[in-house]
Design a protein around this ligand. Structure first.
Ligand code: BGC
Length: 744
């Protein structure tokens, strides 16, 4: 029988309702609530409801349907709006702020939000790519740079990090997340919150983070965006909740409710999600904004009769701010007058919004964001250099028969729709990134290898051939020593509302691959994508495949760094690349079944398997090659027996046995051998990025607090059991070196 000592269920935290004298609140929070409470006393009901309404403007970026046209300035003057999103001009934000401060009755400042997802002006690779660096410090720093530029732009608040775990590459929004693993996802969401919010939220270069999309938006059925999410609470708690939780623990001051319904209830009307779980259990003390129109969409979900009913449900579920549609403003007063929503509830929702504005320092100086000199802050050379390093670290080498790195003096035919595609490389949600600042692959290679050594031909559009394209491509290939074929998906096939049922390189581009292959030249595929793909065709035909993603402003130089061998590839997949789309969702941390398939020799009936297809993805979570080789040996469990509450220590030797210096990501996986509920075959519980010179050896020591082995039990509480565990260490989720430890 296993013992239960460590409970992550903060049951005692049930008392954690947001009240100014609650002991769990920090001094800053208490001060902010006190300020808000005093202000609320002076506010009319309509003004309080106004703080709960977020609108967009006529000139703002459009990120959803039905952008309602309103008289923006009148709304501000009347105190009928608390926030705007997606305004693209600093001067416009400062102008609207001035109206709020000088012309509304109480002068309450507005809070401006924007989707700064992977960089503001200096654009980093899409988030899935950045997660493949496994470099938590670099991820935090990239969010810091984004925050500095965002604050200078005049924006106070980013709708990031996206904490949605997903193992379904049909869903286009996997590009915005950190992949399939909750442990890595948690480290990344926490790092991003730290990067955005810094040490002092009131500084003029830190911004509010937003935990989204709460909850489980990445688990929509069949990879279709906005689709139904239904799963057991155990599964939710173990695999989906951790990155949201860690973002809360890092102090994120806002969160966003998701579009999807969750176990039968639209997230924006789910009191269990937004109040019981998020606030009472996880201890979130900030405010929740709905996703775009998500309050009103409860009418379309057919769980609310009309907009008024939707607003009523959302307010009572503890959703503070209505993004765009306007049901809060339209019906809020009526709902209070009719007793359907209490004024006390409105006060609570309002105070949480005002407290965040206060903590950002907006009541002290409403204009401090946006005053900075843009020329000094945006696209700083050191930040561009950093973006180049992050892009290079994010790229994953899937195969290489020795063609890479290229030899000096080589003549390159650079072909494909992504080779010179400034807009595509900054990806979905490019923030304030400008395509004209992108350094494309073509440019990067010309700078590195000399313009005369790079022969460029577009060859094809993304999904349609171009006239004479193949002929141009073949001519270019014939003149060159090697072909770099930059193919994949466009930026319009990444991010929101971009679900696909085919995740192969589109046919027009496959024709290009076939044509250049027929020239007999060596072919390196540079795969640009925001999602995992079925790459069987490219792996079979190309001499090397490097996943370059949508690599951000500095993608071009980063590609040049890698193909030239100036840098060694070191990215490792954070999302399995499936063998074929029929396998998805596919992920390494599958649960153990009653009829597991042990290997090909067991490939017979009555096992959990496909008839003609492997169970395994083509490239598993954690996988990534380099130009050198790393050998893992001598796994030692330094603490074969550990008491509950202690720390398990495991070491492994890693040696660079190749001829080049390089970096690798050492990974540690565990399996709970017998548990109260079914457990994954393996779960990531530690990793370390390390840099090794040729011939150098290091011992990596992993420390796993036993609390990290907690899981959700039959009674839905989460804690760690005593018992036996297997542990593996290596360079991917297939790691073979094995050990064992016991928790007593
Ligand atoms: C997206 C969010 C985004 C919001 C505001 C929605 O459509 O789902 O992720 O933050 O728009 O632009």
């Amino acid at each position: 029988m296993k013992k239960h000592i460590f409970s992550l269920m903060l049951v005692a935290a049930a008392a954690m309702v947001a009240c100014s004298d609650a002991p769990h609140l920090s001094l800053q929070e208490q001060e902010a609530y006190k300020f808000a409470d005093n202000l609320i006393e002076k506010m009319t009901l309509r003004e309080k409801i106004g703080q709960l309404q977020q609108f967009t403007t006529r000139t703002a970026a459009i990120t959803g349907p039905d952008g309602v046209k309103r008289d923006t300035e009148a709304c501000i003057r009347n105190g009928e709006v608390g926030s705007f999103l997606s305004i693209r001009k600093t001067e416009e934000m400062l102008r609207l702020q001035k109206i709020a401060v000088e012309e509304s009755r109480l002068g309450i400042p507005l809070i401006f939000g924007y989707d700064i997802i992977h960089g503001c002006r200096t654009t980093f690779p899409e988030n899935l790519a950045v997660s493949c660096t496994w470099d938590i410090e670099a991820i935090e720093h990239s969010a810091r740079i984004a925050a500095i530029e965002t604050a200078a732009a005049g924006i106070h608040w980013t709708f990031s990090p996206m904490c949605d775990i997903s193992a379904d590459p049909r869903w286009g929004r996997v590009s915005e997340g950190a992949g399939e693993d909750p442990y890595l996802g948690s480290k990344i969401s926490a790092a991003m919150v730290r990067g955005y919010q810094g040490e002092d939220l009131s500084a003029d270069n830190t911004i509010a983070a937003c935990i989204k999309h709460f909850a489980a938006y990445g688990a929509g059925q069949a990879g279709r965006d906005y689709h139904t999410v239904d799963m057991s609470e155990m599964m939710f708690r173990d695999r989906f909740l951790p990155p949201y939780r860690s973002a809360v623990e890092s102090g994120a001051v806002t969160a966003m409710s998701s579009f999807n319904d969750f176990m039968g209830i639209p997230a924006s009307g789910s009191k269990w999600l937004l109040h019981t779980l998020l606030r009472e259990e996880l201890g979130f003390t900030g405010f929740v904004v709905s996703d775009y129109n998500a309050v009103h969409e409860m009418v379309r979900h057919a769980t609310a009769a009309d907009g008024k009913d939707a607003a009523c449900q959302a307010m009572n579920a503890h959703l503070n701010m209505d993004m765009v549609y306007g049901d809060y403003l339209k019906y809020g007063e009526e709902l209070v007058k009719e007793g359907k929503v209490s004024e006390k509830r409105i006060n609570q929702l309002c105070r949480e919004v005002l407290a965040v504005k206060y903590r950002l320092g907006l009541f002290d100086d409403p204009y401090k964001y946006g005053r900075q000199n843009h020329d000094e802050v945006m696209y700083r050379p050191d930040n561009l250099q950093f973006a180049r390093e992050v892009a290079a670290k994010s790229m994953v080498l899937l195969s290489n028969n020795g063609v890479l790195p290229l030899k000096e003096g080589v003549k390159i035919a650079l072909i494909g729709p992504l080779a010179d595609a400034p807009r595509d490389q900054i990806g979905a949600w490019p923030g304030w990134g400008q395509a004209e600042h992108s350094v494309t692959i073509r440019k990067g290679l010309e700078q590195r290898f000399g313009a005369k050594n790079v022969i460029y031909a577009k060859g094809s559009d993304f999904r349609a051939p171009i006239k004479g394209g193949i002929d141009d491509a073949v001519r270019a290939a014939r003149k060159a020593d090697v072909v770099l074929l930059s193919i994949g998906l466009s930026y319009t096939e990444s991010g929101e509302a971009t679900s696909l049922t085919e995740i192969t390189v589109p046919e027009a581009q496959q024709a290009l691959l076939d044509a250049v292959k027929r020239t007999g030249k060596k072919v390196v595929v540079l795969l640009g994508t925001g999602r995992a793909m079925d790459v069987r065709n490219e792996i079979e035909k190309a001499d090397a495949v490097l996943v370059t993603w949508h690599g951000g402003t500095m993608e071009g130089p980063a590609v040049a760094d890698l193909v030239s061998g100036d840098k060694n590839p070191s990215g490792h997949l954070t999302m399995s690349f499936p063998y074929c789309v029929g396998q998805v969702p596919v992920h390494y941390n599958n649960k153990i079944t009653g009829r597991p398939r042990k290997g090909p020799e067991h490939d017979k009936k009555y096992l959990s398997r496909y008839m003609y297809t492997p169970n395994e993805p083509l490239f598993a979570f954690g996988y990534g090659l380099s130009y050198t080789e790393f050998e893992y040996s001598d796994l030692q469990v330094l603490t074969p027996e550990v008491s509950l509450g202690g720390v398990v220590k495991v070491s492994v030797k890693v040696k660079n046995v190749g001829k080049r210096d390089g970096e690798d990501v050492a990974q540690l996986y565990v399996r709970d051998l017998v548990a109260e509920t079914t457990r994954p075959m393996r779960e990531l519980k530690g990793f370390e990025r390390l840099s090794l010179k040729a011939g150098e050896e290091k011992v990596v020591e992993f420390e796993i607090p036993t609390s990290d082995l907690a899981y959700c039990h039959r009674d839905l509480t989460t804690y760690t059991d005593a018992g036996d565990f297997l542990v593996w260490a290596g360079a991917d989720s297939d790691a073979k070196l094995e050990g064992k430890f016991t928790i007593k």
